[in-house]
Design a protein around this ligand. Structure first.
Ligand SMILES: [Zn+2]
Length: 196
């Protein structure tokens, strides 16, 4: 049976609690050893269809469980970031400090960080073109208005696909225990992946 695990795309359904998929995720993306141990040991993983890549998922804090609809890495990074942040966001004012850093990122002008700065701008100022009948402004007001640090955190984690070189130095410390900072010459983790 071992050879079934050798090729990408042949990871079996998560009857193993997602262990094979998780090992592949950790091999492809630079989760720190500490984060790998903690996520594997503390957080249950459920995957509905590991062969599909459409994305989607949930973090269930009450059940200490990440639920993924598919094997899409972006969703896995996002939901695992939620799980990681959940237990750490209230230490040393981390939630508020993150939001301050995201405001700073929304004003960032260094083109190296343009993609994550654009995300931060949405989180802070919302999207006027995105109608929201439940919003007092009529459009999606973003996350700062709701004090939603946890979606900012997970959104930037999946936005950079675990490559925190794409985050400026004042945002990286929030992710430093979750993701390794790759050396400048290292290829993007996503570059070798069969899908996002
Ligand atoms: Zn989320």
């Amino acid at each position: 049976m071992e050879r079934l695990f050798n090729r990408i795309g042949t990871v079996p359904p998560s009857r193993d609690g997602g262990a094979a998929y998780r090992a592949e995720l950790f091999a492809r993306f630079p989760f720190t050893p500490e984060a790998q141990r903690w996520l594997a040991g503390e957080i249950a993983l459920e995957i509905h269809d590991v062969h599909a890549t459409g994305g989607g998922g949930y973090w269930h804090p009450d059940r200490r469980r990440v639920e993924l609809f598919t094997g899409q890495y972006e969703a896995a990074i996002h939901e695992y970031a939620h799980a990681w942040w959940h237990d750490r966001r209230l230490e040393n004012d981390a939630a508020v400090r993150l939001m301050v850093a995201v405001v700073h990122l929304s004003e960032e002008t260094d083109p190296v960080f343009a993609p994550t700065a654009a995300l931060a701008h949405h989180y802070v100022y919302g999207i006027r073109e995105q109608a929201d009948p439940n919003s007092p402004t009529g459009y999606w007001r973003g996350m700062l208005a709701d004090g939603n640090d946890w979606e900012m955190y997970a959104g930037l984690a999946s936005g950079c696909m675990a490559d925190i070189r794409l985050l400026p130095p004042y945002v990286r410390p929030f992710y430093a225990d979750l993701f390794l900072l790759l050396p400048p010459e290292a290829p993007a983790p996503l570059a070798g992946a069969p899908h996002r």
